[in-house]
Design a protein around this ligand. Sequence first.
Ligand code: ZN
Length: 267
Amino acid sequence: MKKGEKSKIDGIENFLCPFTDMYITQGANEGTHRGTMGVDVRGKVSGTRYAYYSPCTLKCIKTYPESGQVMWQSTKAVRCSNGYIGIVTLMTAHDDSMNAYPGLVVPQGNKLGNMGTKGNATGVHCHIECSQGSDTSWFKNKYGIYMFNNEKDLDSMCYFDHTNIMNRKEYLKPVYTSSIKVENEGKNYVNLPPHIDTWRVYRVKDTPVKRNSIGLLRPSKFKGLSYYIYSYLDHGSTCEIQTRDYGRCKIYIKDTPAVITIGYYKY
Ligand SMILES: [Zn+2]
């Protein structure tokens, strides 16, 4: 990716490769990365402390100042190049100028850090190690090397738009955001805003009155909720959606704070 780059499709950020020029000096499973998906990356000119950028909007979970190391997690579900959509957790290391602190949020495209030599490093680089999931466990594997659960290599994580891949072209199978197909593009979504605490749910065939309610959605708990609309029912006053807890059901939307959008999830 390049500085300031943002990439979002259907309301979901695409996880980009944080590097503009990427020269891999040690790949996954090699040397000090045994049993892990950690990758060491330098920039165009060896020894230069190039900046790298936030692959999606990330929040700092934890820092390890002695090695210029930061554990990051996406603030929302993001799209990865292997099709995964969900929370990602990653580690960056060796940034001599590291000034992150827990709670810091770095928007997609902003500077995340600089390549460096802090900690156990020979030569200026960024060590990056990514996992698909929200698990922040950081444990020693059977080779005595720290890692996450469910780690993935860079080509399963990243879209390589605007990244100049300088070596290991046979090792990486780069995927680009131009290949993303959005299933429900151009269709309608109903968005329940985050300031609403609860929203009643009804069976598709029932009359949408209070006594028929089968449960509640909780928009505020999830910072807003968005659903694909399968159909409009009851003369357009309700719509049919698919929910995790109640399966296929309907909600009342006429003259309410619900916002209908075309082609994208709002929350
Ligand atoms: Zn490394």
